[in-house]
Each structure stands twice: as structure tokens, then as C-alpha cells.
Design a protein around this ligand. Structure first.
Ligand SMILES: [Zn+2]
Length: 337
């Protein structure tokens, strides 16, 4: 206990008056100093505490605001995503950095060629009937074509013709006759020149576009299906058939190979009876048959064999129909390189 406090608390001290007065003065002066110090301390300490606490609160509040403005989780990647968070304004004063668009996988230049060359929208592989035979005739039209059309009409069946570039008045009429009779007209090739069309994807597209335009102009019906000359995989297109198949599929076209042939593709086709026997061989082993035949001008035997072929399939319970883009195609196996 200090002397000053005891004096103030006990002002009546039994001392001599003069000394007492002097002492009281001295003590009172000291007391005033002490009281002032106490007062200053009493004011300063809470104030500094309050100021310190206040600044801490403000700092905490600022941090909280910052947290509210920042979305949880890692920062957004890329420059093209929509702003995230609670909608608090951000970025107004911060210059936005333009990031280049992701170019994605490289697009081949030939995709831009022939912008008219797209099939109409259609379903894929939705028609898969059993006991069905699709008669197909390649390399026409020719004088054999109307003969074949008459036979098909007699039996009341439909077929498919994959035609080549024969731009004469007569050929145009045969193409119209095919469509008018309800058969399907598909693209085979304009030039049918293997070395030319399988030289590059661009060359294939050029040839296809030429035949496509001819069919559309002559019949008014843009073709939707096609058949590769020599089949989808042959001795001439091994280096690019995957690219061509991918590009034609991207454009919506459907191609059909075959799983049965009459054997009329050779230069000197066998007799009609042999062609029919080939076409009907092992009948019943395939529920879905795409039969390859030809209607170019030398194929008299094909015409002669046709009635027996149609009757053979019908007697075995098959229906004969025309191909459409919705039919699940029969194609050559697509081996991995
Ligand atoms: Zn052909």
C-alpha cells in the first residue's frame, strides 16, 4: 500500500500541523499526479482496447465479405465460363483477359467442300427385318434397266439401283422410270474410275457430288444412300477408306456393301442358271440378304436369271424390298489399322 493512497484515504493523521500541512500538500500533489496517471490509464486502456478490437472486427468483416464474393472450391478455369458466386459485382474494374478459343481437334479441309452434299436427316439402323432380300443393281442405267423394271413390276417387288454417270436423254429417262416405279436410286459413282476417285478424299467427294447433282436434277429426289465402286474396302482405297467412310457418314449418307452376289460382275458372266444358283446358294443361312447384281448393258444373263432369283427368295419366305437410309446396312468388316 503506497503512502499517497493511505494519506488520501486517511486524511486525518495525527502529526504536527505545520508538518501535516506540508505533508498534505506534498501528498496531495503526488496524489493529483497519480490520479491523473490513473485517469489517463483508465481512459487510454479501454480506448486502445476498443480501437484494437474495432480494427479486428473490421478486418474480420472485410475477410468475410471477401469470402462471400469468392465462390467456394478452386478458381474457375478458362475465360469463357459464366461468372460464378452470389452475384456480387466483380470484374468491373478488373480488365478481362481474353483467352483464345479452344480450337479443338483439327478439322480436315475437305469438310468444307461441297456444302450442298448432305443427306436429309434420318434415323439410323431402325429397320432390321428378318427374312428380307434387297436386290441391288450397280453400274446402270442401260437398256437392261427397263427390262429389269418390267420383271420387278410383274412380281410386285421393289429393288435398289446404284447408278453411274450416264448423262444422255435416254439414261435420264431410265433414272426417272426407276424413281417413278418406287424403287430406290442411289449414288454409285460418276466416273467409276477407281484410280481417280480413290486418289484422295477430295477426289472422291468431287466424283460423288457430280453424280449426286445429276440424280437430283433428273429425278428431283436427292439420293440418300450409296455404294462404293468395288465395295467400301477394295484394292484401290486402302490408304483412305477410313477417311472417306467417316466423311460420308458425317454428311449423313448411308452406304451398303453386300453379303451375296450372283457372280455377274466378271467380264463374261456365266449362264443365267448359274447366276440364279449363286444368288440362291445357302438360302436360309442369312436372314437379311443384300444381293449384288449389275444392270449395265452387257448383262443379258442377269435379266434372264432375275425371275428365278425372285421366285427362289419368295418361295423361301423372303420379302423383296428397296433399301432406305433407315435400313441397318450390311458392310464389310471395318478392321482396325
Ligand atoms: Zn460398280
Amino acid at each position: 500500500m503506497s503512502e499517497e493512497l493511505s494519506v488520501e484515504r486517511s486524511p486525518i493523521v495525527k502529526k504536527s500541523p505545520s508538518r501535516l500541512k506540508k505533508t498534505r500538500y506534498r501528498l496531495t500533489k503526488q496524489g493529483k499526479i497519480a490520479a491523473t496517471i490513473l485517469l489517463v490509464l483508465a481512459v487510454l486502456i479501454p480506448t486502445s482496447l476498443a480501437v484494437g478490437l474495432g480494427s479486428s472486427l473490421e478486418q474480420a468483416k472485410a475477410e468475410l465479405d471477401q469470402l462471400r464474393q469468392s465462390p467456394p472450391g478452386p478458381p474457375a478455369q478458362g475465360g469463357d465460363s459464366a461468372p460464378q458466386g452470389s452475384g456480387a459485382p466483380q470484374g468491373d474494374s478488373t480488365p478481362q483477359v481474353e483467352k483464345p478459343e479452344d480450337p479443338g481437334p483439327e478439322v480436315p479441309a475437305y469438310q468444307a467442300l461441297h456444302p450442298e452434299l448432305y443427306a436429309a436427316p434420318h434415323e439410323w439402323n431402325t429397320v432390321e427385318k428378318s427374312k428380307v432380300c434387297y436386290l441391288t443393281f450397280d453400274d446402270g442405267p442401260s437398256a437392261r434397266t427397263p427390262e429389269i423394271l418390267r420383271i420387278l413390276e410383274n412380281y410386285g417387288v421393289k429393288a435398289t439401283f446404284f447408278v453411274v454417270g450416264k448423262d444422255t436423254g435416254q439414261a435420264r429417262q431410265w433414272m426417272r422410270d426407276i424413281v417413278d416405279a418406287g424403287h430406290t436410286l442411289g449414288v454409285h459413282s460418276y466416273t467409276h474410275d477407281y484410280r481417280t476417285i480413290y486418289d484422295s478424299v477430295e477426289a472422291y467427294l468431287d466424283d460423288f457430288a457430280r453424280e449426286y447433282a445429276l440424280i437430283e436434277e433428273v429425278t428431283g429426289v436427292p439420293p440418300q444412300i450409296f455404294r462404293f465402286p468395288g465395295g467400301s474396302i477394295n484394292a484401290y482405297n486402302g490408304h483412305i477408306y477410313q477417311e472417306i467412310v467417316a466423311e460420308m457418314t458425317r454428311r449423313g449418307f448411308v452406304y451398303f456393301d453386300w453379303n451375296r452376289q450372283s457372280g455377274d460382275a466378271v467380264r463374261n458372266p456365266p449362264a443365267a442358271a448359274t447366276l440364279a444358283r449363286n444368288a440362291l446358294d445357302k438360302l436360309g443361312t442369312s436372314s437379311r440378304v443384300i444381293l449384288l447384281m449389275h444392270d449395265s448393258k452387257g448383262h443379258y444373263n442377269t435379266v434372264s436369271a432375275l425371275p428365278a432369283i425372285i421366285e427362289g427368295y419368295q418361295n423361301a419366305g423372303y420379302t423383296l424390298e428397296a433399301l432406305t437410309p433407315e435400313v441397318r446396312p450390311i458392310v464389310y468388316a471395318y478392321p482396325n489399322p
